[in-house]
Design a protein around this ligand. Structure first.
Ligand code: 7TS
Length: 416
């Protein structure tokens, strides 16, 4: 894998990503919407194609060669993806559609049978809706109550408030590892330690953690960690939920169907062992294989190199944007305190206009509330513009974005 002395050489690495090599609206594509989803390297595309061309069959069913191969590839993929977060055992990794389904699984499978009126669930004001709505729904079913923790004015979680909110009523603390909107990296280990003092379970929304930071669920000490394949070079429609074995064992399935049973009678049934108990129906087999290929690819690039590269890109973006008095950057001021996410406001311009003008020059960013409406309210805005980076982005691409922002300012700026 090509690298410079300090880490990744993105100009070489991006050769592996076919989608990056296209002209969009007359200019070479600059893809800065990686927090939404990442592009896919050839290794992942090849793994998907190879699976469908050679091994395609349903898993855990047929006694025939292709079914054996598909099952072997599917279970080998589980072991590979489990290793990415240092899960102690691959049987603790449940395949899901993505982070959203992983959090819903915990909310329903654990929450419905364990929560009662008076119990409390704690989230933060910066959660993605995926880590908010499932808890609201389960609170509606059980009478439990949702509490939240604020951020400070630099976008950091208020740990002092978390301490105040926690009590013997707290049953779950569910927190994002990294904010998709402002990039804040939350101190998960400290949060877990605090939650443990009141005996609460901890769920980590790892959608923006697993792709960008070295993650070790055993070192974090959490009970559940959910993440998505598509945000780390893998296919869409596949994700993983890691959970502690004794918890997964104690939980009822939240969907019923084929694959997840042991013995079925007309009146009642018994369940398969974890993780199959939570995998009703034909799973996304090719997706799992592609996800494992993405893990192989990223492992080859190197986790520390990924992190270093993103910090450098973030520093460059924050330095360049910081020079412009008509730009306000949201979130922590230190690049090291964030993942590769930089959200900003251009004075006088609506974020949708910013994104539209950038798009007209082939630059893809996201504008909107980023599925974090409570956070937008807390920041006092209805929307922001967001650039988010990954392994293949370059400083030159950030410079192109900054040049395009000058065009935006020329059109909307008060001195224009
Ligand atoms: N949690 C966080 C922190 C996220 O950033 C996202 C997706 C999700 C959960 C949901 O993941 P999914 O794979 O189940 O959809 N975030 C974004 C985003 O920032 N822009 O588009 C999707």
């Amino acid at each position: 894998m090509p690298r410079t002395v300090t880490g990744i050489d993105p100009t070489v690495l991006r050769e592996e990503f076919p989608a990056l090599h296209q002209v969009v609206n007359g200019d070479p594509l600059v893809y800065l919407d990686n927090a939404a989803t990442t592009q896919k390297p050839r290794a992942v595309l090849d793994a998907l194609r190879h699976f469908y061309e050679h091994d395609n069959a349903n898993v855990h069913r047929g006694i025939h060669e292709l079914s054996r191969r598909a099952t072997d590839a599917f279970e080998a993929a589980r072991i590979r993806v489990a290793s990415w977060v240092n899960a102690p055992n691959a049987s603790e990794v449940v395949w899901t559609r993505g982070t959203t389904e992983g959090i819903n699984l915990v909310a329903y499978a654990w929450g419905l049978s364990n929560l009662r009126k008076g119990d409390e669930i704690v989230v933060s004001v910066m959660e993605h809706h995926s880590n908010l709505i499932p808890w609201q729904l389960v609170c509606g079913h059980t009478g439990a109550r949702l509490r939240h923790v604020d951020i400070d004015d630099q976008g950091r979680l208020r740990l002092d408030q978390l301490e105040d909110v926690l009590s013997d009523r707290t049953r779950i603390v569910s927190i994002g590892h990294v904010s998709n909107s402002i990039g804040t990296i939350n101190p998960v280990r400290e949060i877990v330690d605090l939650a443990k003092t009141v005996g609460a379970l901890t769920v980590v929304d790892g959608a923006q953690g697993a792709p960008h930071l070295p993650v070790d669920v055993q070192a974090l000490g959490c009970d559940f960690y959910a993440f998505s394949g598509h945000k780390m070079c893998g296919p869409t429609g596949i994700g993983a939920l890691w959970g502690k074995r004794e918890l997964l064992d104690s939980m009822e399935p939240y969907q019923g169907g084929g694959e997840m049973i042991s013995v079925v009678r007309l009146e009642e049934s018994t369940w398969a062992e974890v993780p199959h108990k939570f995998e009703a129906g034909t799973p996304n087999i090719a997706g799992a294989v592609g996800f494992a290929a993405a893990v192989d690819y990223l492992e080859d690039v190197g986790r520390d190199a990924i992190r270093r590269h993103e910090v450098e890109l973030t520093r460059h973006a924050m330095d360049r944007l910081g020079e412009l008095p008509w730009i306000r950057i949201f979130g922590p001021p230190e690049p090291e305190a964030r993942s590769g996410v930089v959200a900003f406001e251009v004075e006088g311009a609506h974020p949708h206009d910013v994104a539209t003008i950038l798009d007209s020059e082939g630059i893809a960013i996201r504008a909107g509330h980023h599925c974090t409406q409570p956070l937008m309210r807390r920041l006092g805005v209805s929307a922001t513009s967001r650039a988010s980076f990954y392994i293949y982005n370059t400083e030159a691409e950030i410079d192109r974005m900054v040049r395009a922002l000058h065009t935006v300012h020329g059109i909307f700026g008060t001195h224009a």
